[in-house]
Design a binder for this molecule. Sequence first.
Ligand code: MN
Length: 405
Amino acid sequence: MSWVAGAEDSPYGIHHLPYGVFSTPDDPAPRLGVRIADRVLDLRKVVSGSTCSDCPTCSALASDTLNPFMALGREAWSKVRGNITDALTDSDLAGVISPLLTPIADARMHLPFTPGDYVDFYSSEHHATNLGAMFRPNEPALLPNWKHLPVGYHGRAGTIVPSGTPIVRPRGQLRTGDGRTVFGPSARFDIETEVGFVVGVPSRLGTTVSADAFTEHVFGVVLVNDWSARDIQTWEYRPLGPFLAKSFATSIGTWVTPLDALAAARVPAPAQDPEVLPYLTESDRYAYDLELSVSWNGMEVSRPRFADMYWTPAQQLAHMTVNGASLRTGDFYASGTVSGPGKDQRGSFLEVTWAGAEPVKLPDGSTRTFLEDGDAVTISATAPGPRGTMLGLGEVTGTIAPALD
Ligand code: MN
């Protein structure tokens, strides 16, 4: 049990301890922090007050980004997590540690890590089936490759932004119903509810990373909103996939939940048929039982379940390195839109409103098919923790700003 007030019943209790990068009004330098209840433990201050400050771990914890710490690997991650747990549970240390805690309300959150490469997958069978039905109504919903490999594309790492960043409505080429090509703001501006995985330990070019090495390389999890302009996408995506419809911004949560905190959230992943190739097999195949929630201007419109995903993050990691592509610290890959079988489990507004055919009525009485300027979208999630506890995976939120003139 932690001595920090409120930690016992908090989704950010001692069993969670997510990492972030924060600054405060009286100390504007970004630095690493760990969340406990409604407080942030300042890791730079912890290190500067310790007898050791120049070992690799202490240097990494004094950084302004998680990358150096993530690069150290699982042994260092476990040791630091253990030390932080001790510091926040040993009541004899409360007097020393308390002054290093900042109220979360005073913390301004930054990108928690410096993104390397960014890959976005397409791993929900329900989402892929829904989109196939809408985008290619006269063809089979799933393309022939879909159950043989986790389909993905390389996204734009430089436009990954922290939760809370305003999102400017993108403009681009649009195809009108009568076959003209015009330029203008997207009128079918959408979200994608996703879960992202951050790579800590790199790999060498020309080598592969097996699915079973997932927990040795991947540091943790953040929520993702992969904003998507459906009208731009429809016109541009064939034959090479998404490009400007998604590259303008991708929002991520500012708290990285370590994989270690999700040990109790492991559940069996869906069975795969047909059998996958040997490099995609897992000796211990599991999913993470994350319950996602999507709210549109404050009203919950969907509750997708991450455990339903057909391809696991371990398989995605194996697939994206099977050709010998190397990993760098900070590489980031997202699951693809998380949609379940139910109408109330759809992870994009394209699916929620069935391409606009079934508008959503918001609490103010207005209706929506796609995003309007000023709309706010928040994705949050919970996961089971140890001993009946619950984890909150923070949130990723964004408000739509009008397109540029
Ligand atoms: Mn996506």
